[in-house]
Design a protein around this ligand. Structure first.
Ligand code: ZN
Length: 493
């Protein structure tokens, strides 16, 4: 039997790291097994649904170049793949269970349910949840309630006796006493909408899903789903609940740790290849050493048995490192194309780019390539080049253990050396070493001399190496900026 797996998100928010990891595990498993990867949109919760989330889902998968074999847009033999377009089916299957007496109509009003809940709470009753009030209504009783115009829900008849076991590839057997399973959960709401459990199980069956890989938070629903499969008389799929994704502090990954939405990562300038590579390694590994995997490789080697049992840790620093590595692998031309939108957005270059800007960019790219963690870093690193920044605040010129007067002196001395060096075409290493001598002579750290120089040239404390900065800017601009800074500083002492 060929493998069929699915990613079944609910479009109630932006795609986040955990969700995307689930999608990738499913996708890679399908590809490695020569099977099919389905996308199914579980949009039964209309209150939390948002169009933006659905767009974000498509955009995210497209950005990662994860193509679904069946699903929305592309279609397939088991469509539609959007649950809100399948409502009639769920009604049909819910009624089927009623006919088999595996489910029943419940006419309880929300007020009654609330009253029961309160009573249970006050009496500290061991029975929690629905009290099965309507589980044995006669035909006459039902007709009477229908006559009153009450629209019923359909509830699953959970057995009172016995227990239910479901097998998970990673966790082994998970057994629950039936009396501990939620008493008779709603399958179909009174407005005809299915609940998650019904729609999810019916669709997985009808779509021929063979393996379910989903977040571990769904484990508690496992026994209930098995009971549903049994009630229908269907064979359940293989389950593989994925270990949690945590932050470094051992807590479930959330906004507290930083960005979690893929959209944020995309906008900051993470490369899809890097994110995909790193996210796949959160809770999975091929062996103890290999770290770099292309999408094509993962499509061949991904193996469900190598998913870890322990939670995976999402380390932002590690992702940055991966991203840097992937950036360094780009050709200058590729990197130029990728950073261009960031420069256009800042107004640093025109669209279309002018010849002059393009020339600057061609020189800039090799200088920034070893330093970028994310593409958007280009903005801070190149601002000095594309704009004429204001002279920096005086405090910025002053390195640790220095004051304004000594920093000004250091800058004046460094400027003399730089200017005469550049004017006589001295190799830059020599100029630099002479500037280092200034530090020695003043009995201060090297940084104390280079800081005012760097700030004078770039008005920023993040910058490229001095050599690159000077070359990119050109002699004349350098002189002008340093003179401007000296003048300002002198006025402040
Ligand atoms: Zn009821």
């Amino acid at each position: 039997m060929s493998v069929r797996v699915r990613y079944a998100p609910s479009p109630t928010g932006l795609q986040h790291i955990g969700g995307v990891r689930t999608a990738l595990f499913n996708y890679f498993y399908a590809k490695a097994q020569g099977g099919d990867f389905l996308l199914r949109v579980e949009d039964t919760d209309r209150e939390r649904y948002s169009e933006e989330s659905l767009d974000d889902l498509y955009q995210t998968l497209n950005w990662l170049d994860v193509k679904w074999d069946e699903g929305p847009i592309v279609g397939g033999p088991y469509g539609p793949y959007i649950q809100s377009e399948r409502f009639e089916l769920y009604q049909k299957y819910a009624k089927m269970l009623v006919e088999k007496d595996m489910a029943y109509y419940c006419y309880c009003t929300p007020e009654r349910l609330e009253r029961v809940r309160k009573e249970q709470k006050e009496s500290k009753s061991s029975v929690q949840g629905y009290d099965r009030h309507c589980s044995n209504l006669t035909k006459e009783q039902r007709d009477e309630l229908e006559k009153q115009g009450i629209k019923p829900v359909i509830r699953l008849r959970v057995p009172l006796e016995g227990k239910t076991t479901f097998h998970d590839v990673l966790m082994g057997d998970i057994t629950r006493k039936n009396k501990d399973v939620s008493p008779d959960p709603v399958l179909l709401k009174s407005d005809g909408f299915p609940t998650y459990h019904l729609a999810n199980v019916v669709d997985d069956h009808l779509m021929g899903i063979t393996h379910i890989m989903r977040a571990q938070e769904w484990i508690p629903s496992g026994p209930l789903h098995i009971l549903l499969y049994k009630a229908f008389g269907w064979e359940p799929p293989v389950y593989c609940h994925l270990p949690m994704v945590m932050g470094k502090d051992g807590q479930k990954l959330s906004k507290r740790h930083g960005s979690t939405s893929v959209k944020d990562f995309r906008e900051k300038g993470y490369l899809p290849e890097a994110l995909m590579n790193y996210v796949t390694l959160v809770g999975w590994s091929y062996d103890d050493k290999s770290e770099f995997f292309s999408k094509e490789e993962l499509e061949k080697i991904f193996d469900i048995t190598k998913i870890h049992k322990a939670p995976g840790v999402f380390d932002y620093k590690k992702l940055d490192w991966f991203n840097g590595q992937y950036i360094r692998k780009l050709s200058d031309q590729e990197l130029k194309e990728k950073v261009l939108p960031y420069l256009v957005k800042e107004g640093f270059v025109d669209e279309p780019i002018t010849k002059e800007q393009d020339d600057i960019l061609n020189k800039l790219i090799p200088c920034v390539k070893p330093r970028l963690k994310v593409l958007s870093d280009i903005v801070a690193l190149s601002k000095f080049l594309f704009t004429e920044p204001e002279v920096a605040e005086k405090e910025m010129f002053v390195a640790k253990k220095m004051d304004l007067a000594s920093s000004t002196t250091a800058l004046i001395k460094a400027y003399d050396i730089l200017k005469s060096g550049l004017d006589s075409d001295k190799p830059f290493e020599e100029i630099e070493s002479e500037i280092c001598d200034v530090a020695k002579e003043m009995e201060v750290k090297v940084n104390a001399v280079f800081t005012p120089l760097r700030v004078a040239l770039t008005s920023s404390t993040v910058s490229l190496p001095m050599n690159d900065t000077v070359t990119l800017l050109g002699k004349e601009k350098c002189y002008k900026r340093i003179e401007r800074a000296i003048e300002m500083l002198k006025g402040e002492i």
